[in-house]
Ligand binder design. Structure first.
Ligand SMILES: [Zn+2]
Ligand SMILES: [Zn+2]
Length: 295
């Protein structure tokens, strides 16, 4: 058996990584299966990089893998929403947003330029028509946390040498909370974790979702694929209360404050309503732009 040189392994790994990165950089050209296998390949190459001790390869694979996770999350969100699973779709979009934000400052490590900013804007645009206004947020008192790279305790008085958020051999350094106490839980408008959506009333153990998903459905029904280009612009229009005569006081207020109509805008002379304007770009065949107005 002839000995394999690390150099040739390194070369083979980088070639494979560049291939996966090229697929993920143009996700609109491939189906979800192909994208998912590119993500799995990047994850495998990350462990190969670690095995041969190449920090550069391990870190580059981490970037491609994380970007790929965002790509796949957008694909999943598209499938979920079109199947009527709005909350699952929303969570996938937040997963995508988190993956892309984690890449900040590391994009240049990828062997192929990745459209990180474009995909982040795409994800945020997809989130715009969702009706969620209130989120659950928890306050924690942390008793013990350790460095995810070396396991040393993290506190203001210790320094293990690893920087929080830094990349080490294809791993992002974070603080792992081992012991914490829940101090409070509250409802907030700008949460740290946008996945904690308040769904609404619970009746006999079954949670009923009172949100209006009309605008979300409209957006996703008109997108020809998860990466089709579109634009949502939000503006505010004012309507007389007669427009909402049939709206009962215990429903969510049309101004999207998160309050019930009765406790918020009922009785006002003009009621502010968010207006979503969606523009879809259908690339081929016979490219045309459809302008659509909602509410
Ligand atoms: Zn450490
Ligand atoms: Zn209101």
């Amino acid at each position: 058996m002839s000995p394999i040189s690390w150099k040739s392994v390194e070369h083979a790994v980088s070639t494979k990584l560049a291939y996966s990165a090229r697929v993920l950089a143009e996700p609109w050209r491939y189906d979800l299966d192909k994208l998912e296998s590119a993500v799995a390949a990047a994850e495998e190459l990350r462990s190969s990089g670690r095995k041969i001790g190449s920090e550069q390869l391990a870190n580059a694979s981490w970037v491609v893998h994380r970007f790929g996770e965002a790509v796949v999350a957008v694909g999943r969100a598209y499938t979920h929403v079109r199947a009527g699973k709005h909350r699952e779709g929303w969570i996938a979009l937040v997963d995508g947003e988190d993956a892309l934000n984690a890449l900040h400052g590391f994009e240049s490590l990828s062997p192929v330029a990745l459209p990180v900013d474009w995909l982040l804007q795409h994800v945020l645009q997809m989130q715009k028509p969702f009706p969620y206004q209130l989120f659950a947020s928890s306050g924690l008192k942390i008793r013990k946390q350790v460095c995810s790279i070396c396991g040393s305790p993290v506190s203001p008085f210790t320094d293990c040498g690893h920087e929080l958020g830094g990349l080490y051999m294809g791993e992002r350094c974070g603080a792992v909370v081992l012991d914490a106490e829940l101090m409070e839980a509250s409802l907030v408008r700008h949460p740290a974790d946008k996945r904690c959506v308040m769904l609404g009333s619970s009746e006999g153990g079954i949670v009923r979702d009172h949100h209006n998903y009309r605008a979300v459905d409209h957006l996703f029904a008109n997108l020809v694929g998860p990466f089709a280009r579109f634009q949502v612009t939000v503006s505010t229009r004012h309507y007389p209360p007669t427009k909402f005569q049939s709206l009962s006081a215990d429903r969510l207020c049309p101004c999207r404050s998160g309050e019930t109509y009765g406790r918020c805008c009922k009785g006002k002379k003009r009621i502010p309503v968010e207006h979503l304007d969606m523009v879809f770009e259908i690339p081929a065949p016979g490219a045309r732009v459809i302008k659509d107005e909602l509410l």
